[in-house]
Design a protein around this ligand. Sequence first.
Ligand code: FMN
Length: 345
Amino acid sequence: MKNFNFDNLEVPIIQAPMAGGFNTPELASSVANAGAVGSFGFSFTNAEKIAETLFITKKLTNGFLNANFFVFKPIELPNNTILLKAIEALNKLSFQETYELKIPQEPFYFSLEEQIEATIENSPSIITFHLGLPPISIVKKIKNKGIKVGITSTNLKEALLIEKSGADFTILQGFEAGGHRGIFDQEKYDEEVYLDNLIKIVKDNIKIPYVAAGGIMNGKDIKKVINLGAKAAQLGTAFLCCPEAGTSEIHKQYLLNEHKRKTKLTKAFSGRLARGIVNKYIQEMENKSILPFPAQNTLTTPLRRLSIKKNNGEFINLWAGKNFHKITSLNANDLVMKLKEELKD
Ligand SMILES: Cc1cc2nc3c(=O)[nH]c(=O)nc-3n(C[C@H](O)[C@H](O)[C@H](O)COP(=O)(O)O)c2cc1C
């Protein structure tokens, strides 16, 4: 394994981990070979598949790889009344096709311990966590193997807890970021801080290094956060239209063409707030019953799969950050090279 530290990172970019099939061995290895960090969002992936994916990717690159996990909170099996209301909300959508619903069953998510075990065996350079603090025993176990640990924060309080947990760095995620909002507890008041301000609020109060994420699309954006003290920039949306990404064609079309649309945070796809391009699903699900995270994700999976199959972008999670209109469809190597060049200007 290649030992990671920010000083030996050739290009200060982390291609964001993106759970849900967006990250592929081809994408992560191209980014890593270009001198940045290639990542995998493994939250919905079982231990065996994680091991296989890392094994394949390590044959394609000797560069830095990052494996990422959501920190799920235990949930109760939804009672029948709640379940029926959530099903009714989906049945009332204007989606014309018929499909079979997948009723969520326990366990609602994979064991983090087992996922981490499979990950450590295939030694990526970095393991990061999103949506909360992992158990301290897991942080220690990873660090003992010489693997660096990073955890997302969206406010100062979370950044301080991360520092205390022994993590090596935090990923400061601004409000403009695409995908799931990393806030630890979505039921608590959200300060909704945008990236620049978040960095300014946090920077003098923590000693661990920080990475900046949210709305970063070009070299100018990266330079700005580096000048604010970030060790690297984490870009998600910017990589979604790379040919190596697992993004569906219809999602790519919306990212490349639907620039008049806004993005919005919604719980309707997974049960947890995530930012995507506004479509019929988001609009029609407003104020409707949904299941807790991630049971809602399981419930909506067949609908989203069929919508993709029918090339219908109105009933899928079109995850995107607020600056998605700046996206390009360059391949991963060319994108990293372009960003590297722009950083020099
Ligand atoms: C499609 C998509 C999926 C994402 N999935 C994850 C994930 O699994 N784990 C994670 O830590 N962050 C995830 N994120 C958030 C990114 O880590 C990062 O905060 C975000 O992409 C930054 O904003 P940007 O998309 O404007 O670059 C995801 C983002 C996107 C766009």
